[in-house]
Write a protein that binds this ligand. Structure first.
Ligand code: MSP
Length: 642
């Protein structure tokens, strides 16, 4: 068994919602850490999953007319799809409705109950349903609202099982005092330690008010509180109590979580573990939250960032890179597509993309694709080698602290050094009849800079690193050699490069703006719904005679630059309609198309032509575009619409 084991987790995500950037953030960070540790020779176990019980899920399912299990079964697919797209290399995906988990939760509950660390009592308090948590009176917002989400709290009284949290308070403090990195960053550590010092109240861990959860063993009128249930997932995947992974991975566990859920992870969870006689986690890292263009992300604002869309538009690696480079992991950050575009252009296209492109182009031009293999190097070449090794050390130091952004800064400093080296050594001059041995040394140095860069960036942008690797003409993937297998200059003599497409195309800001405007417009967020007209009854609606018709001719009208004279066939008769759609369509766009016509509109004369009806269309004002209404499949002409 390797003694370099590493176990990393993400929170398990609620299934009442579709995945957003916040979910993607933690999961990408965990994936990057996993790939990095593997490159360092660790045996890594990486788990994620879904949190499927509780009131929130039960409510959403009811609103959607589904059973809670059905809702979970559907939503879990969104998460699994997203992880596939984002190249998330997890080892286990746990759903809390799986039997293996329910058994573990009941086993733990019973064990703690039997040993007296869980007892039955009554609970009265203010409860936030969406956050699944009781809020102490001291932290309630104005008008009895939740301090986190701002929604009204509900007063609840219920018989409840309690975890004897208070009993373990001192033991937990001792653990934190001895392990300063058990909670990161330091601000969170301080926050939690002072919270524990104020004194802990026993934690309510069962509910009688809901049914969607794991039953309390032996007392089926209670279900186990969703957080007690969810936290245990981290042990379930290890096969607790006697699975082999408990010994192998648990002693090396690191939890990545958002800052909003640290009390559960840094107070309740370690106390559950202490009560079980299991070590608390080596570390819990709490990352910050993303706002979107300066605003809190929320469904009601319609500004929730969809990771599927971002990955599709900008590429998975650009998204992964941006999230980890833009903001220090423990701090809040602001997401904007503009900032993402700028990063793609400056860091990926310009710095990394150019280094790759320029270097390979010169190996192609001057050495016919064959990487030279010289013996003599100058101090400047050796300096680059030294910078590479220093960079590996900086990566190691920063990754140990989850400082992804700092690790990336160090890598990009190395990449910039590579670009500067090209300017300094001017291989294009050497290429034009200069010192050929010197040119060999420069080209090989550049090749090694690229090979080292590939290893460095691989955990962050694995797909692109693999492509770079293959453009360098190397076999397999950078992941297969790992950092320990890297030796400067250790390439096969006669390596042939395989220069290919540009890896990170530059995004043109003007095109980007237009394209983004289109995407925004297509999201269908009509920001001003206007005043709804006075209500009408069905008898009013049925006064409008709507029918399916076919366009049979389209003619221009002299001096009318917005109008077409359109002949339509209603089956039982033909009619002429004058319509202001000329700027949107050419005649071939319209000919033969089925459309919807208002047939009993009073005829009107437009530019001298009598219009006998009106066709229906939806205007996209933001795009200055128009969509015609049509039946979605063929129906006889003249069919009435109701
Ligand atoms: N089910 C619980 C976790 C149980 S773990 C034993 C849960 N799920 S969640 O789906 O609501 O949230 C998961 C994570 O998303 C949390 O870590 C939270 O911090 C994170 N984020 C939610 N919105 C976020 C941002 N706007 N920005 C960054 N992360 C955010 O909580």
């Amino acid at each position: 068994m390797s003694n370099k084991n590493f176990y990393i987790t993400t929170p398990i995500y609620y299934v009442n919602d579709i995945p957003h950037i916040g979910h993607a953030y933690t999961t990408i960070a965990a994936d990057v850490m996993t790939r990095y540790r593997k490159m360092c020779g660790y045996d890594v176990f990486f788990c994620t999953g879904t949190d499927e019980h509780g009131q929130k899920i039960q409510r959403t399912a009811k609103e959607k007319g589904l059973s809670a299990q059905e809702l979970a079964d559907r939503t879990v697919l969104n998460f699994k799809d997203l992880w596939k797209i984002l190249n998330i290399s997890y080892d286990d995906f746990i759903r809390t409705t799986e039997v293996r988990h329910e058994e573990t939760v009941q086993y733990i509950f019973k064990k703690l109950l039997d040993q007296g660390d869980i007892y039955k009592g009554t609970y009265e308090g203010w409860y936030c349903v969406p956050c699944e948590t009781y809020v102490p009176e001291s932290s309630m917002g104005d008008g009895n609202t939740c301090p986190d989400c701002g929604r009204p709290l509900e007063k609840m009284t219920e018989e409840s099982y309690f975890l004897r949290t208070s009993k373990y308070q001192d033991q937990l403090l001792e653990y934190y005092e001895a392990n300063l990195k058990a909670i990161m960053p330091r601000t969170r550590y301080n926050e939690i330690v002072s919270f524990i010092r104020t004194g802990l109240r026993d934690q309510s861990i069962s509910r009688t008010t809901i049914s969607w959860g794991i039953p309390v063993p032996g007392d089926e009128s209670h279900v186990i509180y969703v957080w007690f249930d969810a936290l245990i997932n981290y042990l379930t995947v290890c096969g607790y109590p006697d699975g082999e992974y408990v010994k192998k991975y648990w002693p090396e566990v690191r939890h990545l979580v958002g800052k909003d859920i640290i009390r559960f992870h840094c107070v309740v969870w370690p106390i559950m573990l202490l009560a079980l006689g299991v070590n608390p986690p080596v570390s819990v890292f709490a990352h910050g939250w993303w706002t979107v263009e300066g605003e809190k992300m929320s469904k009601s604002k319609g500004n929730v960032v969809d990771p599927f869309e971002i990955a599709k538009v900008y590429g998975v690696d650009a998204f992964r890179y941006f999230l980890l480079r833009e903001v220090p992991f423990g701090l809040d950050g602001d997401f904007s597509e503009k900032a993402l575009m700028n990063r793609v252009n400056s860091d990926l296209a310009n710095d990394l993309g150019n280094l790759l492109h320029r270097s390979l182009q010169m190996i192609r031009n001057y050495r016919n694709d064959i990487v030279p293999f010289p013996r003599n190097f100058e101090p400047i070449d050796i300096e680059l080698k030294q910078v590479a090794f220093d960079t590996f050390l900086k990566i190691e130091k920063n990754m140990d602290d989850f400082a992804f952004d700092e690790a990336l800064k160090a890598i990009w400093a190395f990449i910039s050094r590579g670009n500067k080296y090209i300017d300094e050594t001017m291989p294009w001059k050497l290429g034009k009849g200069g010192d050929q041995e010197r040119l060999d040394a420069v080209l090989m140095t550049l090749f090694e800079v690229l090979r080292a860069s590939c290893l460095m960036v691989y955990p962050f942008i694995p797909e692109s690193a693999d492509k770079m690797w293959s453009q360098l003409g190397l076999e397999g993937s950078p992941s297969s050699i790992g950092y320990a297998g890297f030796e400067w200059g250790a390439i096969e003599k006669g390596t042939v490069i395989n220069k290919g497409d540009i890896l990170f195309p530059r995004i043109d800001p003007t095109e980007w703006e237009n394209e983004k405007m289109k995407r925004d417009a297509m999201k269908g967020c009509v920001t001003d719904p206007g005043n709804h007209e006075e209500e009408i009854g069905i008898e009013d609606f049925s006064k409008i005679e709507l029918r399916v018709a076919k366009v049979i001719s389209v003619d221009e009208i002299p001096k009318a630059n917005k109008l077409y004279k359109i002949e339509v066939d209603l089956g039982y008769e033909k009619r002429t309609i004058v319509s202001g759609i000329k700027e949107y369509f050419t005649p071939p766009d319209l000919l033969g198309r089925l459309i919807i016509v208002v047939c009993n509109l009073k005829p009107a004369r437009l530019r001298g032509v009598l219009s006998n009806g009106m066709l229906l269309a939806a205007e996209n004002a933001m795009l200055n575009d128009l969509a015609l209404l049509s039946p979605h499949k063929d129906v006889p002409l003249g069919t009435r619409i109701s």
